[in-house]
Design a protein around this ligand. Structure first.
Ligand SMILES: [Cu+2]
Length: 269
C-alpha cells in the first residue's frame, strides 16, 4: 500500500523535457491569423444509453436523475459537442520547423459523480495535467496511449491532484477508470497550441496561427475524423465548418475506441 505519491509526481512534472520539434520557439510577428468554425451534426441525435452506477452507491448518490453516456452529444442547435479540432502538424506546411512554447497553465481533468469532466480534453505535449477528484470513492485513472507511457494510478477520496504530463503528441488517448467501467474520457495531445474542443455551441477557434497552409482535423470518438485544408493569410480570419452524420457511426476507424463496447462487467476485481 502506498500513499503520499503526489509529491513524487510533482517532482517528476517539473523536469524539463526537450521540445518535440527542433528549432527556436516561435515568436509571434503580429501577422498571425485565426480559424473559426463549427461542427454540425446531420440527422437525428442518437439515443445514448443510461449509465448504471449501481456497482458503486457513492457514485449513484451524487446524481438526482439518470446519467447518459457521452459517446455522441448533439447540442440543441444541431451541432456536435466533444469534437477535438486541431492543426495536423505533419500536413501543415505552416508549422514546419516551428516549435511552440508549452503553456505554463495546467490542463485539468476532474472526476465528479464518477464522470470525467471534461469528457474530451486537449493539451500540449509536456504540459502539466492535473487530475482532480471530488468524489468520496476511490478512482483509478488509467490512460491507454499508443505512443506515450501508459500509467495507472489510484486516487482515494480527498487526495491531492495527480500531476502528470504526456511527452509526445497523440490524438486521442482514451482514459478509463479501473474502478468504474463506465468512466471514459479522451485526451488529445499536440505539440503546438492550435487545438480546441467543441462545447455546447459546437464552435471552435484556433488563434495565433502563423500565416500559411493548414490541414485541420476534427476528431470525434465515435464518428471518426474529417480533415479540411485552408490557407490563412496575414491577420486573416478564415471559417472552416465540419459536418458529421449519424450514419458515420461505427465506421472501422473508430472501432478501436468505441465507448459503447466497454463491458459492464469483466470479471476482474
Ligand atoms: Cu472511478
Amino acid at each position: 500500500v502506498s500513499c503520499g505519491g503526489n509529491k513524487e509526481e510533482e517532482t517528476k512534472s517539473t523536469e524539463e523535457a526537450p521540445s518535440a520539434v527542433a528549432g527556436a520557439t516561435y515568436q509571434p510577428t503580429g501577422q498571425e491569423g485565426t480559424i473559426t468554425g463549427k461542427v454540425s451534426f446531420q440527422g437525428g441525435a442518437p439515443e445514448m444509453r443510461t449509465i448504471s452506477m449501481e456497482a458503486d452507491p457513492v457514485c449513484a448518490a451524487k446524481h438526482s436523475g439518470p446519467v447518459k453516456a457521452e459517446a455522441v452529444v448533439v447540442n440543441g442547435n444541431g451541432t456536435l459537442k466533444n469534437v477535438f479540432v486541431y492543426v495536423k502538424r505533419d500536413t501543415s506546411s505552416a508549422l514546419a520547423n516551428k516549435s511552440f512554447a508549452v503553456s505554463p497553465d495546467s490542463a485539468e481533468l476532474d472526476q465528479d459523480g464518477c464522470m470525467y469532466k471534461p469528457h474530451v480534453l486537449g493539451l500540449q505535449a509536456q504540459q502539466s495535467l492535473r487530475v482532480l477528484t471530488k468524489d468520496n470513492t476511490t478512482h483509478n485513472i488509467h490512460p491507454i496511449p499508443k505512443t506515450n507511457l501508459e500509467w495507472n494510478e489510484s486516487q482515494p477520496p480527498g487526495s491531492d491532484p495527480l500531476i502528470k504530463s504526456f511527452s509526445r503528441p497523440e490524438v486521442m488517448i482514451p482514459v478509463k477508470c479501473n474502478q468504474h467501467p463506465w468512466m471514459l474520457a479522451y485526451i488529445g495531445v499536440v505539440d503546438h497550441p492550435f487545438y480546441a474542443v467543441t462545447g455546447d455551441d459546437g464552435a471552435f477557434t484556433l488563434k495565433g496561427l502563423p500565416p500559411g497552409d493548414y490541414e485541420i482535423e476534427a476528431y470525434h470518438e465515435k464518428l471518426g475524423s474529417k480533415t479540411q485544408k485552408v490557407t490563412v493569410g496575414a491577420k486573416e480570419s478564415k471559417m472552416v465548418d465540419f459536418t458529421f452524420s449519424a450514419d458515420q457511426a461505427y465506421h472501422p476507424g473508430s472501432l478501436k475506441m468505441m465507448p459503447a463496447l466497454v463491458l459492464p462487467c469483466c470479471g476482474e476485481k
